[in-house]
Ligand binder design. Structure first.
Ligand code: PEP
Ligand code: MN
Length: 337
């Protein structure tokens, strides 16, 4: 249920409404917009609908949320959510560009590529310290050592760190180093993990599952928000279809649909979406034209030697060119880059 408050509702009135809901076991989520404050009352529909909320002082109207995703939906919050990460923002006018290697492979290599992506204009550094590999014999990531290198890269470049969390048992450790926690495609429906990151206050980059529908994607974000963490970013990274030319099929339709259904930011990962270096710039530009709030791009100083995803990693020079090339399309879309 959505409780729309009168523009002049007092803090005391808001407190009373919250108290009433909590007394009945209903969870309360406040959304302060520019014009209106909205209370999202999430609980058993039969309990919430029986409460005399419309008659309470400060309430303008009470409306059911018909969609299965509540806190995630545009009904809950009309304005775009802008997530602040250090000095950067995700979901604002400026495109958020996250760049770096698939995996953190070593200190020196990471510090070098971090400087390179920073120079090219990236706003964030990415790199996995815990890697979800198909084979247990492939490089699994450096673990905490890798996280330390990422923290050092942040210190040297000022770029906030985006890194993947795979196991709820590592949450505390990853939160210590990460500015944004990435939940990978393979874990999009790991509900225990989603709840765990929902309990943190670190922004979460939620990647679309390998064969997840848009509705399932939205519901996974709802899992995170239901625990109190409202800082969720969608990441379209391609889905598995019958097509085998590309690694995945980048579903750019998801971008305008997610933007319509939800107030949360949406970014696109053309690296995993396409899987072939040559086609990444085109799809990055198409993502911006589709309305994406940013990009996540794999960059490696020597892709041919990368321990994972080398074939889809851009060399720093190509990344710098891409950063220049997106300026035009960004401007057309009313964005800066
Ligand atoms: C990654 O970002 O390197 C990654 C493993 O992505 P995904 O979970 O989308 O496959
Ligand atoms: Mn990768």
């Amino acid at each position: 249920m959505i409780i729309v408050l009168k523009p002049n509702a007092t803090p005391k009135q808001i407190e009373n409404i919250k108290k009433k809901l909590i007394e009945h076991g209903v969870s309360v989520h406040l959304s302060k917009g520019r014009e209106r404050t909205i209370i999202g009352a999430i609980g058993e529909e039969s309990v919430v609908s029986e409460l005399p909320l419309a008659a309470m002082p400060g309430v303008e109207k009470v409306m059911p949320i018909l969609k299965p995703y509540k806190l995630v939906s545009r009904e809950f919050r009309k304005e775009n959510t802008i997530i602040k990460v250090g000095r950067e923002k995700i979901g604002g006018k400026k495109l958020a560009v996250i760049a770096g290697p698939c995996a953190v492979e070593g200190r020196k290599k990471l510090l070098t590529v971090a400087e390179e992506v920073k120079k090219a204009g990236a706003g964030f550094i990415r790199g996995g310290a815990f890697k979800p590999r198909t084979s247990p014999y492939s490089f699994q990531g450096l673990g905490e050592e890798g996280l330390k290198y990422l923290a050092e890269a942040r210190e040297k470049t000022g770029l906030p760190v985006v890194t993947e969390l795979m196991d709820p048992r590592d949450t505390e450790m990853v939160v210590k180093y990460a500015d944004v926690i990435q939940i990978g495609a393979r874990n999009m429906q790991n509900f225990r993990l989603l709840k765990e990151v929902g309990l943190t206050r670190t922004p979460v980059l939620l990647k679309r599952g390998l064969s997840a529908t848009i509705k399932e994607f939205l519901m996974s974000a709802e899992y995170i928000m239901s625990q109190g963490n409202h800082q969720v970013i969608f990441c379209e990274r391609g889905i598995r279809t019958f097509e085998t030319y590309t690694r995945n099929t980048l579903d750019l339709c998801a971008v305008p649909i997610l933007k319509k259904e939800s107030h949360l930011p949406v970014i696109v990962d053309p690296s995993h979406g396409v899987g072939i270096r040559e086609f990444i710039p085109q799809m990055a530009m198409a993502a911006i034209a589709a309305g994406a709030d940013g990009l996540i791009i794999e960059v490696h100083s020597r892709p041919e030697e990368a321990l994972s995803d080398g074939e889809q990693s851009l060399e720093p020079k190509a990344f710098a060119r891409l950063m220049k090339d997106i300026k035009g399309i960004a401007r057309l879309m009313g964005r800066s880059s």
